[in-house]
Design a binder for this molecule. Structure first.
Ligand code: KMH
Ligand code: ZN
Length: 306
């Protein structure tokens, strides 16, 4: 039986609290969600944090630490912390979690893009918090900055702290960025790619595009591990495509609030359960966290700073 890594992205920085009552916001909710997705079969939980009262995404180092320590007490899930943070977070804040917690893994966004959410603002009938609508609206004029200098500086910090970068690839040109940074020695092999498909400003979530991404990565990078996540209704189809093409899969409320058409997911664990049911039908088993550590070459929980 083939083992694949299932990741759950618990809250992210795209959706706002008015979009779903199930979006975890407080440290307690995020800790419980991390344990739940592990129980459902995920090996990795991708972590963003938010201001507990209002749900504004932030990069609060105390909240990251609280989540890391409490989750570690309760289960062995791999924690992959975001270095993307909220839209508009200063670049120097986003990477601090790598040096503070020295986790097994963080995200590393592989290039800049128009990260646009303004088109979803009308899906919400009534906003609970005054920050939500302006946060979505400002993205009409927003570039998510991940310059070559930022990527180099982040990678220096990440590797110095024994962290494995998970490269978030939103479009095909970002594979060129990774290939360049491999050639000049900034990135170390083995490479782990997370294809993030269907963001407005990035590559559309289609099977043709997934094949195009994989084909380009094969030519530009050579050997790599990859996972796929996709926005909204594309989540489960593209994750299934990844499994069929030899990849891993990421689900979670960061990427989609639904578990099926018109039905809000009550937890990221429901989406984990769904993709793992599909995987088993395909003869694929979920890797345990320790098996995922082996596949990705992670240092292990004994080496983290929490
Ligand atoms: N926060 C978004 C701009 C990551 O976690 O590194 C992108 C994001 C990626 O969530
Ligand atoms: Zn994220």
């Amino acid at each position: 039986m083939e083992k694949r890594i299932f990741t759950a992205a618990l809250t992210g920085a795209i959706h706002t609290p008015s979009m779903s009552p199930y979006l975890p916001v407080t440290p307690g909710q995020l800790i419980d969600e991390a344990v739940r997705v592990r129980e459902a079969g995920a090996a990795v939980a991708h972590i963003h944090v938010r201001e507990p009262q209002t749900g504004v995404p932030n990069a609060d180092q105390d909240i990251y630490r609280e989540i890391a320590e409490q989750v570690k007490k309760r289960c062995d899930v791999i924690l992959c912390f975001t270095t993307g943070g909220k839209l508009g977070e200063p670049v120097e804040n986003r990477v601090r979690v790598a040096s503070n917690l020295k986790p097994e893994m963080t995200s590393l966004n592989a290039g800049s893009l128009n990260f646009a959410l303004f088109h979803i603002k009308d899906q919400v009938k009534e906003y609970k918090f005054p920050w939500e609508k302006p946060y979505l609206e400002m993205t009409e004029d927003f570039i998510f900055p991940n310059t070559f200098k930022t990527m180099r500086q982040y990678l220096e910090i990440i590797y110095a702290n024994g962290v494995k970068p998970e490269f978030e690839v939103y479009d095909v040109g970002m594979l060129n960025n990774i290939a360049f940074l491999l050639r000049n020695g900034t990135i170390r092999k083995p490479v782990y790619l997370q294809f993030v498909m269907g963001i407005l400003g990035g590559i559309p979530a289609t099977f043709q595009n997934l094949i195009f991404l994989l084909d380009t990565a094969n030519r530009q990078i050579g050997d790599f591990q990859f996972s796929v996540c996709a926005a909204g209704r594309h989540q489960i189809p593209l994750c299934t495509g990844s499994l069929l093409m030899g990849g891993h899969a990421r689900v979670g409320l960061e990427d989609s609030l639904y578990v099926e058409k018109g039905v809000l997911a009550r937890s990221s664990a429901e989406q984990v359960g769904k993709i793992i049911r599909i995987a088993r039908e395909l003869g694929i088993q979920p890797a345990t966290p320790d098996e995922a550590r082996g596949i990705l070459g992670l240092k292990g929980l004994s080496e983290v700073n929490f």
